[in-house]
Design a protein around this ligand. Structure first.
Ligand SMILES: [Zn+2]
Length: 207
């Protein structure tokens, strides 16, 4: 009997938390981001990526995410249990298609609860190889992979933070909401917030 009461109390506590999460105004959030065990090699850069270069990609991607959310009370961590999280995986494939498809990123989200997503490392690394100018050094291309990974992660975090908002309606190709993995600017240019900014202002507390 006592046990049942405890469970009920916990249930109502959970409900109370959900109400707080959905009804409150702008708030601070933690974004979990990490790169899984990935490997990559391409004729464009020669030797496989080294552990030091993978660490550089992680650092550049993390800085890119931090820059995008710099106006907001957002903490970028490697917490795999964060309410919002994106893992960089070796590759993503859609096995439902007859001719198997590949794509840059994905997310699952439930409004008020959080979400989880993934970035396709192979897809982004291939994009950096394709868009790299002939003059780009190996280090330049490594940095571009980091920016590309970070920008797709930003896009996936947007889906999780704003699960009901039509961020794909963006008409600005140089925005985080656009299709940055398919553009040179997604790797070598600058991106900015587009239509999602007013929605983020409602969702996230400003610093
Ligand atoms: Zn999207």
């Amino acid at each position: 009997m006592r046990y049942t009461c405890r469970v009920r109390w916990r249930s109502s506590l959970v409900l109370a938390c959900v109400c707080l999460a959905t009804a409150c105004g702008p708030r601070s959030v933690v974004l979990g981001f990490w790169i899984e065990n990935v490997a990559y090699q391409s004729p464009r850069i020669g030797e496989p990526l080294t552990p030091v270069e993978l660490a550089t990609i992680d650092r550049v991607a993390r800085a890119e995410i931090g820059r995008a959310f710099t106006d907001y009370d957002v903490t970028i961590s490697d917490d795999r249990k964060a309410r919002y999280k994106v893992a960089v995986l070796p590759r993503l494939r859609d096995e439902r298609l007859v001719r198997k498809g590949t794509y840059a990123g994905e997310s699952r989200a439930i409004a008020g609860f959080g979400g989880s997503g993934a970035v396709n490392f192979e897809y982004i690394a291939n994009g950096a190889m394709v868009f790299a100018p002939a003059s780009a050094s190996r280090a330049d291309v490594i940095d571009a992979i980091g920016r590309g990974v970070g920008r797709v992660a930003i896009h996936e975090f947007l889906h999780q933070l704003l699960p009901k908002s039509p961020i794909h309606d963006s008409k600005d190709p140089r925005s985080y909401e656009g299709s940055s993995p398919a553009l040179l600017d997604g790797y070598f240019g600058d991106l900015r917030w587009g239509i999602a900014q007013p929605w983020l202002n409602e969702k996230l507390r400003r610093r």
